[in-house]
Design a protein around this ligand. Sequence first.
Ligand SMILES: Cc1cc2nc3c(=O)[nH]c(=O)nc-3n(C[C@H](O)[C@H](O)[C@H](O)COP(=O)(O)OP(=O)(O)OC[C@H]3O[C@@H](n4cnc5c(N)ncnc54)[C@H](O)[C@@H]3O)c2cc1C
Length: 491
Amino acid sequence: MKNALEYIESLRSLKPIIYCNGQKIESVVEHPMTRPHVNSAAMTYAMAFGPDAELATATSHLTGKKVNRFTHIHQGTNDLVNKVKLLRKISQKTGTCFQRCVGMDALNATFIVTHKIDQECGTEYHNRFIEYMKYVQENDLMIAGSMTDVKGDRSLKPGEQDDPDMYVHIVSKNEEGIIVRGAKAHQTGMANSHEMLILPTTNLGPEDKDYAVAAAIPVDAPGVVHIFGRQTNDQRRLQGDIDTGNAKFAIVGGETLTILNDVFVPWNKVFMCGEHQYAQEYVEKFAAYHRQNYGGCKVGLSDVIIGASQAMAEYNGVPKANHIKDKIIEMINLAETMYCCSIACSAEGKPTEAGSYYVDTLLANTVKLNCTKNMYEISRLAHDIAGGLIATLPYEIDYKSPVTGPYIEKYLKGKADVPTQDRIRMARLVENMTGGTALAESMHGAGSPQAMRIMLYREANLKEKVKFAKNLAGIKPQVAQEQAAATKEDK
Ligand SMILES: Cc1cc2nc3c(=O)[nH]c(=O)nc-3n(C[C@H](O)[C@H](O)[C@H](O)COP(=O)(O)OP(=O)(O)OC[C@H]3O[C@@H](n4cnc5c(N)ncnc54)[C@H](O)[C@@H]3O)c2cc1C
């Protein structure tokens, strides 16, 4: 396993092409826009050597060696539960996305789907993928999970788009491998990953089989271009350490728009090539694993937001006010509800035919749907408690100026025994964690809410619920009628 420093050093040998704000980023380790994201991801490596090492590591079922949990294929419900607990702990330390879970979920989904494709199509993807997994574990790689295509007109399937490159597709194949073209959007942690694992973003018909592609690609492979995303207030990190609110770790995952300009992938890194009928299952497996995470990482973030809100109440001298206590209690309730869902979908996980463990789909989707609302409500309550300061604080440079600084020091003081700067710093942290980019991630990361609603409707077994109700209402089963209805539905 790599420790945090070794991970950071390993990034220096990669040469990805990354554009940001009109310039090329020469080193993600040194550049002020990417370094905080490197620091966050580094925490996933540091944890494997810290007091929570037991949680942060696992034994590889492929090699018997100890590996970082982010490169592990889940072997039981305890692995699934430990994943959630680990994510919560890392979030408590970074206060932001540490990016590496997306790749872990893509790896676990690929493990299941390649097995199924091989069983039914006689292909050799699974063994190929196992070799790849060993390479990932051996080198403790950070993998970007690359599902989301840019998608163009959302009402059209890939092959119906005006521009065929709106979804990543296979352009050609030869004896050595395949060439892919297209772009992946919102790519968390891509700039500071070692490789990306691309997979389809939607269900596909036979006419779209060239879009059914899964493959691992180094982030600096020829033809790969990344354009770094702009985040709320990100330029503040160039101007000091107070105004960012979380100077060391920044906000969300440093997402990129990643363009694949006719990128060559050798066969040993291709895990799906045209098997369109498995695209939907691939997406669902990846999405369920990824939605499981939100009651871990977002609850860790909520822990920090709740702590910051409590601190602000103390700095303002009102921690004992009844409505403040009520609001803090409500925030705890909202956070722990998300945690319960994640623990539940993990504890209710089941073995797969590939031998790994998979979360309960219904419950995993419930986690994320809750998160799209609860994080907004938690943030709303944090804003209420923190006060208007989070919206009107002066610039850090004015706080540090000999002309204006003394005024700010005097007039922005809260409780007498609390330094003004502590109050300012805490307000900035609340602002950072509860605004723009951070909240949008809770909404759309791992899929927009409607994607979860569709899964809830599909997975909830409504027929069985109707039966329960009819039984209690004393309505006798009308066998003939129900059979006719079922036949009609099947058609
Ligand atoms: C911070 C962040 C990090 C992310 N990280 C990753 C990552 O690491 N890897 C990755 O692969 N993806 C990542 N994503 C992408 C995420 O999965 C997508 O944002 C999500 O699936 C929604 O897709 P979209 O953003 O293109 O939204 P859109 O598809 O534009 O959705 C906008 C709205 O339109 C609706 N809509 C879309 N299509 C249809 C349709 N056909 N019919 C009806 N309604 C429709 C949606 O429900 C939604 O309400 C990330 C996203 C964010 C915000």
